[in-house]
Design a protein around this ligand. Structure first.
Ligand code: ADP
Ligand code: MG
Length: 281
């Protein structure tokens, strides 16, 4: 079932100014409930603008965005839409306002007037899901980078969203924190949450079921990561690197090795090389 629908979404910044910037040029995109969608594209291609349109932080200049059937342009839907689609940004620190982990997670739903027993239940669940259950009294500023992103996610989960949009949340993280954050998003998706994962890390894209690439404010690709990374010309046009395993595989294919599928990560590369080795002669 469609959770988010963009219809001919146009977004122009500074409409009143002398030099308006057209960031999105007519995007048609449907995201179904429960999907894990990676969003990629070079800097300035419109990823963050699109992300902000998905929960009504930005309203279309023309076209429509519907969240669970509700038009983001209408003021009366704003709160419902913001709690249906939660946003996590690149520096979660900037989002924190409270002095303990538990208070931070309770802050959003408390403000929405969620009744006490349900509030406690939601906060406990969010802390448990994000592995923060043992750290309720810690100052958010004292968490590791991975811990901060988990807290930002927990704070959103406490609003009982159906979708999380993570806008380059892992961009400044070390590899361990990146893996931790991606694994958490994948687990939440398995539990039914829709995930929109904006990134420029191609190894993360390889883990998504679907990739949407933006190209100068237009949809440049919408499909599986395998089909995307199989097409080197398209990746070059979109300004995307290939995941290292796919680079190695393309190099070997260029030299005449035949592989049955294009591997996108180290484990898949080992498997296809092993199969090619067994089938040699
Ligand atoms: P990305 O996240 O892919 O790097 P953005 O959505 O941030 O792309 O930006 C798309 C285009 O819109 C760029 O040309 C950028 O300079 C412009 N832009 C983004 N935010 C603003 C803003 N607040 N005001 C004016 N122009 C903006
Ligand atoms: Mg961005």
């Amino acid at each position: 079932m469609a959770l988010i629908v963009c219809e001919q979404l146009h977004l122009t910044y500074g409409l009143e100014s002398d030099v308006p910037i057209e960031a999105l040029h007519g995007i048609d995109l449907t995201i179904d409930e429960g999907e894990f969608v990676a969003v990629v594209g070079r800097n300035g291609s419109g990823k963050s603008t699109l992300a902000r349109c998905l929960n009504g932080l930005l309203r279309p200049t023309s076209g429509r965005v519907l969240v669970n059937g509700l038009d983001t342009a209408l003021r009366q839907h704003r709160l419902t839409i913001r709690s249906t689609v939660g946003m996590v940004f690149q520096n979660p620190d900037n989002q924190f306002v409270m002095s303990t982990v538990r208070e931070e997670v309770a802050f959003g739903p408390e403000n929405l007037g969620v009744p006490r027993p349900e509030l406690i239940e939601r906060v406990d669940r969010a802390l448990r899901l994000t592995g923060l259950a043992d750290l309720p009294d810690v100052d958010p500023q004292h968490l590791s980078a991975g811990g901060k992103s988990r807290l930002a996610i927990a704070a959103m989960l406490a609003l009982a969203p159906r979708c999380l949009v993570l806008d380059e949340t892992t961009a400044l993280m070390d590899p361990l924190a990146r893996r931790e954050t991606l694994a958490l998003a994948q687990e939440l998706c398995r539990q039914g949450l829709t995930i929109v994962w904006v990134t420029h890390h191609m190894d993360e894209v390889a883990e998504a079921a679907r990739v949407v690439a933006l190209d100068h404010g237009l949809l440049g690709y919408d499909g599986t990561p395998h089909a995307l990374f199989a097409d080197r010309a398209l990746c070059a046009k979109l300004g995307l690197d290939l995941p290292p395993a796919a680079q190695v595989a393309h190099g070997l294919i260029d030299r005449g090795l035949s592989l049955d599928t294009l591997p996108l990560n180290a484990a898949e590369l080992v498997d296809s090389l092993a199969r090619a080795w067994e089938g040699r002669s």
